[in-house]
Ligand binder design. Structure first.
Ligand SMILES: Cc1cc2nc3c(=O)[nH]c(=O)nc-3n(C[C@H](O)[C@H](O)[C@H](O)COP(=O)(O)OP(=O)(O)OC[C@H]3O[C@@H](n4cnc5c(N)ncnc54)[C@H](O)[C@@H]3O)c2cc1C
Length: 390
């Protein structure tokens, strides 16, 4: 049976997120884009309204919501501001390895504090020398008695400058590639952990992004998620659970861009008529709608699979690549509809255009998603007409 209807609880969440986006995010969107300040006030309000940390299980004081719920929430907030949404969702990204790979004590210790007051969590695989190739992590860890001693650098860490903890991936000294990858919860107050300045970015300026240096950072061994050296699959499972949400980010941004373009096309005149009357403009808007709807279906399906406990790796990559690539195209076409005014900072469309680009890069680039899908198609995919082609 196929049912695309949302539950009552989901509709309430979607509406709440929509109101929040309109009333609390949109009015301050330009301000935070210009100043690059971290919008604590917005997150404080989001926390109070229950719009942060929604996937923390109820056993640890959370709301126990799913990935699809997360998608519904972020589509609304990203339609108003992708940058503010990146840091809003980053808590779920930082918490996901703990939810998936933590034991009871770790979940209680590291998840519950997020339900009690506004705090931030980060996720760190990327380094200055690598991002796509997660098996190429070079930050090392060695076990000394009951401690893990970590050395290395992490790059591009969202909310790294404001977080309480980081779910950090490193490798046991002396290991190579996939073997040896270790996931550990690192408190940001740890001695030897230093934060770089916020990295200047093209978009998502409200989101905090920093480099981290780890010089003999000592973390209790009980902070290791799962077995030391066996966390490569945990990193991949985390991405499979968070990539649908990036698809939803792109859907929200694209929806926002499309709506700005429609409103502008109805007002702007050229050749003595509204530009909305030109078929060329209508076709661009029609394509935006087609791509938004298709992207959202893929996104929802991949989120639903995760919520059912199925392996959603391939569908998550399909959703992420499709939604973000077409999201970028939608932002570009929407700006085109604004003509020269689209290229000014007078309209928010130029901000969405800058913000859209990051979706094709973080949480695995569009090329990396195609690698995952391609590898699956050439190894595990079972042809429907299996006897015809063998
Ligand atoms: C604003 C921002 C926030 C981020 N937040 C986080 C965070 O919180 N935590 C975190 O860990 N990381 C974060 N990242 C890092 C992000 O995930 C990486 O930038 C991304 O995975 C790409 O890695 P890279 O930049 O090293 O590019 P590279 O891996 O060097 O890739 C460069 C180019 O080569 C392509 N490429 C690489 N390998 C292949 C291949 N095998 N086949 C074809 N093409 C290939 C890529 O697609 C890309 O186009 C963030 C990045 C940014 C910009």
């Amino acid at each position: 049976m196929i049912d695309f209807s949302l539950s009552k609880k989901q509709m309430v969440l979607q509406q709440k997120a929509r109101e929040f986006a309109i009333n609390e995010i949109l009015p301050v969107s330009r301000k935070y884009d210009q100043t690059g300040e971290f919008p604590y006030d917005v997150y404080e309000k989001a926390f109070k309204q229950g719009l942060l940390n929604i996937t923390i299980p109820s056993e640890y004081g959370g709301q126990g919501m799913g990935i699809l719920d997360s998608c519904l929430l972020v589509e609304e907030t990203a339609a108003a501001d992708p940058g503010i949404t990146t840091s809003l969702f980053c808590n779920s990204l930082g918490q996901e390895p703990i939810i998936l790979g933590g034991n009871e004590e770790q979940k209680e210790k590291f998840l519950r504090p997020f339900t009690e007051k506004l705090q931030f969590a980060s996720f760190a695989t990327s380094e200055p020398g690598m991002g796509s190739d997660v098996a190429g992590i070079s930050t090392t860890a060695r076990v000394e008695e009951d401690e893990l001693i970590i050395n290395g650098r992490k790059m591009w860490i969202t909310n790294g400058g404001v977080s309480l903890i980081i779910s950090l991936f490193c490798r046991l000294e002396g290991t190579t590639r996939h073997k040896g990858i270790t996931a550990v919860v690192v408190p940001t107050k740890s001695k030897g952990l230093t934060l770089g300045k916020p990295i200047p970015k093209m978009g998502h300026k409200a989101s905090n992004t920093v480099m981290l240096r780890l010089g003999d950072v000592r973390v209790p061994i009980e902070n290791v998620l799962g077995e030391p050296g066996k966390a490569f699959p945990l990193a991949m499972q985390t991405f499979a659970h968070t990539r649908p949400t990036i698809g939803a980010f792109a859907c929200g941004m694209a929806r926002g861009a499309m709506e700005y373009a429609i409103a502008y096309a109805k007002k702007r005149k050229a050749f003595e008529t509204e530009i909305a009357n030109f078929q060329a403009i209508q076709f661009m808007i029609a394509e935006m709608k087609m791509h938004y709807e298709a992207a959202r279906l893929l996104t929802w399906q991949s989120a639903w699979q995760a919520d059912q406990g199925q392996d959603n790796t391939v569908m998550a990559s399909c959703a992420k690549a499709f939604a973000t690539d077409y999201g970028m195209k939608t932002a570009s076409d929407a700006l085109q509809i604004f003509g020269g005014y689209g290229y000014t900072t007078n309209y928010l469309i130029e901000k969405l255009f800058r913000d859209a680009k990051l979706y094709q890069i973080y949480e695995g680039t569009s090329q990396v998603q195609r690698m995952i899908i391609g590898r699956y198609m050439l190894s595990k995919y079972a042809p429907v007409f299996d006897r015809v082609y063998s």
